[in-house]
Structures are given as C-alpha cells and as structure tokens.
Design a protein around this ligand. Structure first.
Ligand SMILES: NC(=O)c1ccc[n+]([C@@H]2O[C@H](COP(=O)([O-])OP(=O)(O)OC[C@H]3O[C@@H](n4cnc5c(N)ncnc54)[C@H](O)[C@@H]3O)[C@@H](O)[C@H]2O)c1
Length: 266
C-alpha cells in the first residue's frame, strides 16, 4: 500500500484519466477528494457531467476499502475551488498530492473560433488549475511537503492544428509548472507536468462524435505516435502519475514528463 495515509485531490476525476488515477491511488490506500462538474456545461458539446458519475466513483473507492469525498463544482469558480479544499481538509485534515487534471478540448481554426470558445478553453484548462492550486498550496506549505502534478498534453510542448486555444492553455500549464516549482521547492513541494499523447477517454470519443469520425481517426489525426498504437489508455497515465507522486520520484520537480508513445521524437 504505497499511498496508505495519503490524501489525493484530483480534479476532473468522474471519468477518463482522472477516474483511473483516483481508483489507482485508492487501491494503494490513499483517501481521495474527487472534484468534477456536477452537471453538464454547454461547451464542449460532448460534456455530459453529472453528480451520479461522482457518486459512482465514491462507491467504487469505498468498495476498494478506501475513503472518498466528492465535490460537484467548476474549476473556473473560485468559490467552488475554495469550498472543495475546505471540505477535503475538514474530512481528512490535509492534502498530500494535487492532480490538476480537469480539462476540455474542441477543434477550431484560429480565425474561426469564437471569443467564448477561446475563453472557455483558457479558463478551464489553465486558470482552473491555478485556482485549484491557490487554495491547496497554503496547506502544503504549512505541512512543508506536497506534490502537484498538472495534466498538460503533448499540445503543451508543440503546436497543434485547429487546437491553438487548447495548445495555448496547455503551454500555460507548462509555464505554471516551472514557476510553481521555483516558488515551492523551499517548502519541499514538488511540481511537475505530464504530457500524454492521445488517450482513449470520453474526451477522445466526444471529439470523434463532433467530427463525424472514429475515435481511432481522431487520435491518429491529432497525434501520430511513433509506436504503433492509436492512443494510450487512462491506466497508462495513472501508472505514471502514481510513480511521479511517489517517493521513487522524490527529486523530480519542475520538469515535463512525456508520455507520448514517441510522438515528439524528431
Ligand atoms: N484524452 C486525450 O487524448 C488527452 C491527451 C493529453 C492530455 N489530456 C488532458 O488530460 C486531462 C483529462 O482528460 P480526459 O482525456 O480524461 O478527458 P475526459 O473528458 O474524459 O475527462 C475530463 C474530466 O474533466 C471534467 N471537467 C471538464 N471541465 C470541468 C470544469 N470546468 N470543472 C471541473 N471539471 C471539469 C469533465 O467533467 C471530465 O470528467 C485533460 O486536462 C486533458 O486536456 C487528454
């Protein structure tokens, strides 16, 4: 039980990669604070968030013998971010590990996207990670320890056609990662980002629906892996995150961990 006694806060944990991370940490004994939208939002159109999905996750974690509190909120809202941290601290007394994972994706050429589309992408993927961290960091500083992992993308290290707003939000996460690592190292807090290639999640299915393509076509068009796989699985990401959050990675901070099936190789 590598994470026995640890408390892990994961945003966007009702499904996809966040859910795989939550279950993997719980299997290793961690208590989970699961934050996700409790209801649908209009953009992107594939979003079908519900409190039921969070309730189901809580049940699965309890069946594993661990504990979970759920919070239905929006990472764009400071009040939700602050209240979720308060609820987590009230329940478990501390937060050891934060995974900023909530995110959205949608296609648009730069000259065709609307201001609302740009703002939603930046507000959820970038500002939401900052707002979440803003309320978690003081508790980590007081404890003089902690790990923050930001789920960026290969799009946080390269350009992506029809995804300039997505790439901009993910490069923003890369910049936040490096800056927070500088600020927080004196407190013994590690900060790093992960950069997956296409992952087989509801996000990828949603993009396929929006484009009238198969999920495989979407993954191949936006990625193009060196290894012969269209995508990686949520569990592959969770396995890496558990390693990076563990003491086995105790000197990894400020860096970008690439999980790209060779995509970025030149
Ligand atoms: N799927 C991919 O190909 C891929 C590749 C690289 C990086 N990523 C990144 O990984 C992260 C997880 O994505 P996923 O593939 O599991 O997608 P997903 O759509 O399956 O899950 C994302 C979760 O975030 C939640 N969320 C969205 N907006 C939110 C908001 N405003 N407040 C709170 N929660 C919100 C959703 O409800 C959902 O449960 C995202 O940041 C994404 O950009 C995804």
């Amino acid at each position: 039980m590598e994470f026995e006694g640890k408390v892990v806060y994961i945003t966007g944990s009702a499904k996809g990669q966040g859910k795989a991370m939550a279950l993997s940490f719980a299997k290793e004994g961690a208590k989970i604070i699961a934050f996700d939208l409790g209801k649908k939002i209009g953009y992107p159109s594939y979003n079908d968030a519900s409190m039921q999905a969070l309730e189901d996750l809580k049940k699965e974690i309890e069946q594993l013998g661990s504990e979970c509190i759920i919070y239905g909120g929006d990472v764009r809202k400071a009040e939700d971010c602050e209240n979720a941290v308060k609820a987590g601290i009230d329940a478990f007394g501390k937060i050891d590990i934060l995974i900023n994972n909530a995110g959205i994706c949608a296609y648009a050429f730069a000259d065709e996207m609307t201001e609302d589309e740009w703002d939603s992408m930046m507000d959820i993927n970038a500002k939401g990670a900052w707002l979440t961290a803003k309320y978690v960091i003081p508790h980590m500083k007081a404890a003089k320890s902690g790990v923050i992992i930001n789920n960026s993308s290969v799009g946080g290290l390269r350009g992506m056609r029809r995804l300039s707003h997505y790439a901009a939000s993910k490069w923003a996460l890369t910049g936040m990662t490096k800056s927070w690592a500088l600020e927080l190292a004196p407190y013994g807090i590690r900060v790093l980002s992960i950069h997956p290639t296409g992952v087989n999640t509801p996000m990828n299915d949603g993009l396929a629906d929006m484009e009238g393509k198969t999920p495989e076509e979407i993954a191949e068009a936006s990625a193009g892996n060196l290894l012969p796989v269209p995508w990686i699985e949520p569990q592959d990401v969770a396995d890496s995150v558990l390693f990076l959050a563990s003491d086995k990675a105790k000197y990894v901070t400020g860096s970008q961990y690439v999980l790209d099936a060779g995509l970025l190789t030149v």
